[in-house]
Write a protein that binds this ligand. Structure first.
Ligand code: HEM
Length: 208
């Protein structure tokens, strides 16, 4: 019991993720994306692509909200250093989130045959979940491919401006799932409101 409390204290309060931290970058950049790609290929050729795709979408969404919420939560609860540790890993987690979303969208994109006008035109309705999924997916692609030192150096001050697209990406992702099934996914809309609320509260606090 004492060991467990000590471990929880080290992880939550001291934010010490130990060896896990050193593994996060290789896991997020290579091994998990590789695993996702294999998973996708196996589901495409022998498994149930639709079911696997939904699973990847759910994981992508959870990861996306962890990345969004962790910074304001860290600012509100500075005593728990674990949030600060996760904030330090946001770049890696963001890239991982992009891979989840891209592999999630691959199957539906292939099946919906959007290059045919009879499939493409219905997409342009404001309440079409696929439209919002594609908007969110494209936004995540932009965020993911610019989440590295080279892009920060190259884009300079514009990097921060570009990464403000996280807000429209969040809205598009929420609309995507709300239009699929509001009863199942209302929680994400609540989390979106909580996120904006926390940001506004912190902003007002900073201004005094
Ligand atoms: C890349 C473009 C995207 C496409 C083509 C796409 C397509 C789809 C499709 C066809 C479904 C299944 C709908 C149904 O059950 O009737 C789905 C579900 C879902 N998508 Fe996406 N999506 C995309 C992007 C995103 C993004 C950006 C997110 C947010 C991170 C996301 C999260 C989800 C979630 C959570 C589900 C529900 C999974 C479930 O039913 O268990 N998708 N998406």
């Amino acid at each position: 019991m004492k060991f467990l409390i000590g471990l929880l204290h080290r992880i939550l309060i001291q934010g010490n993720l130990g060896i896990v931290r050193a593994w996060v970058a290789p896991l997020c950049y290579y091994w998990i994306p590789l695993g996702l790609f294999v998973y996708l290929m196996v589901s495409y050729f022998v498994g149930d692509l639709e079911h696997q795709s939904e699973e990847l979408g759910n994981w992508g969404m959870i990861l996306f909200f962890v990345i969004l919420l962790v910074k304001p939560v860290m600012q509100i609860f500075p005593k728990f250093r674990i949030f600060g540790t996760i904030v330090g890993l946001r770049r890696e987690l963001g890239v991982l989130c992009m891979w989840f979303v891209l592999t999630h969208g691959f199957g539906p994109m292939l099946e919906s045959e959007l290059w045919k006008s009879e499939n493409f035109l219905p997409l342009l309705a404001w309440d079409n979940y696929l439209l919002w999924g594609i908007v969110g997916g494209l936004g995540m692609l932009i965020l993911g491919i610019t989440s590295n030192k080279v892009s920060v150096k190259f884009l300079k001050r514009n990097w921060k401006r570009l990464h403000l697209i996280i807000y429209p990406v969040m809205i598009a992702s929420i609309l995507h799932v709300i239009f699929i099934d509001i009863e199942e996914y209302w929680m994400y809309a609540v989390l979106g409101v909580v996120y904006v609320g926390m940001k506004l509260w912190l902003w007002r606090k900073k201004r005094g």
